[in-house]
Write a protein that binds this ligand. Structure first.
Ligand code: TGC
Ligand code: FAD
Length: 390
């Protein structure tokens, strides 16, 4: 057998189909041409300067709702969608987030729970990137425990009136439509809220130290009046938004493996070219230990993502599998990013190299879509049968 490839140590690429590899290569090419040259600047500026142009180009690439069928969506396999997430997050977690929120959260909510008319109205334009969506579940006082939300929707004649505040909402201040989850007398329901509806405002969160190449917002709803057609008819109870989260969490499983891979690759390049004490730092045993640890984490995260993707494509993926992946792959990526940063010495703390940008982003990735603790407890519940939540 030939020696292992440092970029595919366990020769996993061979188990991908030709179509999966093509999608992976297309997204990788787009990332290195269109995103990577700008992303450090966007991170530095703390925003995405032209989000509509970015949405349009991601729409043309076909990654918005690419795992959904019909309504202008690509209908790709779960593995193909995961590979796309891995390539996007190898550039920056904020860019994968852009795609997760649009496709896996906002579009998935409409696709799963919307009426035929809602699907026809919104999904093709969202898939094309002409309409930007956001997903408002979290509130200032309701994060890990979304069942405690205070945002309310009450019936008013033929329609609804919404009041409340959502917090930490990705793309909230650039969105055309917000999926807002609210408590009603019949439990939690989901609403399609066009963001030009009177009473709706969005305020951008500034001074973030993580996920800076991403727009994060507060949504304020003050007596927002909506027609009956704004209600997602199929969504009832907390399980509805949680089932959308599973889709986005699945993308994060792959995405984290991508951020880890980018950090490992940067560290390997740096270690073999940077010289101290008369030779490359890659020759020091302590550096080799770091590279070995990174290699193992990157490849194990990749295998985990692929196996969960294969289960998903077989219709055999339980949400506990996704929790396993979110929990393990994000922690692996955090370890890799931290080691990669140390290999870069002083250069590692700058935006000239990707490692600290990824390391900072991964603090958000470990927090949103269920914190590390929440997924640990979900796994604990899965194996013991006992809930630690309540
Ligand atoms: P619990 O009583 O356990 O469950 C309520 C109902 O939901 C069902 N369920 C799920 N269904 C689908 N998928 C899941 N992952 C599910 N987890 C639970 C459950 O079976 C039950 O159904 P039913 O029919 O019996 O009523 O609910 P709980 O209140 O005890 O909470 C459970 C917990 C803590 C796991 C859950 O609330 C949770 O996941 N909390 C974390 C919140 C979270 O992840 N928020 C993310 C907000 S969105 C975001 O961060 C976007 S970031 C942007 C990006 O993705 O890039
Ligand atoms: P809290 O729930 O207050 O948790 C604080 C700490 O307590 C954490 O360490 C947590 O793990 C721990 N904790 C909580 N409960 C338990 C427990 N039972 N046992 C042990 N420890 C516990 N939300 C959206 O709805 N839409 C979005 O688009 C979105 N985008 C985001 C973008 C960014 C950049 C960020 C940072 C967040 C985003 N979020 C979004 C919100 C995100 O989902 C929440 O931050 C997350 O669910 C955690 O909620 P919290 O921040 O309120 O923390």
């Amino acid at each position: 057998a030939s020696p292992p490839d440092p970029d595919d140590f366990l020769a996993v690429d061979g188990s991908l189909s030709g179509e999966e590899r093509d999608i992976r290569d297309t997204v990788r090419g787009f990332g290195s041409r269109e995103l990577l040259p700008h992303v450090a600047q966007w991170f530095d500026a703390g925003t995405i300067p032209e989000p509509r142009a970015l949405a349009k180009s991601l729409g043309e690439l076909g990654v918005f709702g690419m795992h959904l069928h019909g309504y202008g969506c690509a209908g790709a396999s779960a593995v193909a969608y995961g590979l796309a997430c891995r390539e996007l997050e190898a550039v920056d977690s904020g860019l994968r987030s852009f795609v997760s929120v649009q496709g896996s959260l906002a579009m998935t909510a409409i696709h799963k729970f919307g009426s035929e008319e809602q699907k026809e109205t919104w999904l093709p334009r969202m898939a094309a990137g002409d309409v930007i969506g956001c997903f408002g579940l979290t509130e200032p006082d309701s994060g890990s425990d979304p069942g405690s939300m205070r945002t309310s929707a009450r019936r008013d004649g033929d329609g609804w009136v919404l009041n409340g505040t959502k917090m930490w909402i990705t793309n909230g201040s650039i969105a055309d439509v917000a999926i807002v989850w609210a408590g009603t007398e019949d439990g939690i329901r989901g609403f399609l809220v066009p963001t030009d509806t009177p009473g709706f405002t969005a305020n951008t969160v500034h001074r973030k130290l993580s996920l800076r190449a991403s727009i994060t917002s507060e949504l304020v709803l003050e007596d927002v009046r909506l027609p009956e057609e704004a209600l997602l008819p199929g969504a009832s109870g907390l399980g509805a938004p949680l089932s959308c989260l599973n889709e986005a969490r699945y993308g994060i499983v792959w995405g984290a493996a991508g951020a880890a891979r980018a950090c490992y690759r940067a560290a390997l390049d740096y270690a073999t070219t940077r010289e101290q004490f008369g030779g490359p730092i890659a020759g020091f045993q302590l550096t080799q230990r770091k590279l070995a640890d990174m290699l193992v984490d990157v490849n194990q995260a990749g295998l985990t993502a692929l196996q969960i993707g294969r289960l998903k494509d077989q219709g055999a993926c339980h949400h506990n599998h996704v929790s396993f992946g979110k929990f393990s792959c994000v922690a692996a990526a955090q370890r890799v990013a931290r080691l990669a940063r140390s290999v870069h010495g002083a250069n590692g703390i700058t935006l000239e190299y990707p490692v600290m940008r990824h390391m900072a982003n991964l603090e958000t990735v470990a927090t949103y879509e269920g914190t590390e603790e929440i997924h640990a407890l979900s796994l604990g519940q899965a194996v013991t049968g006992v809930s630690a939540f309540r």
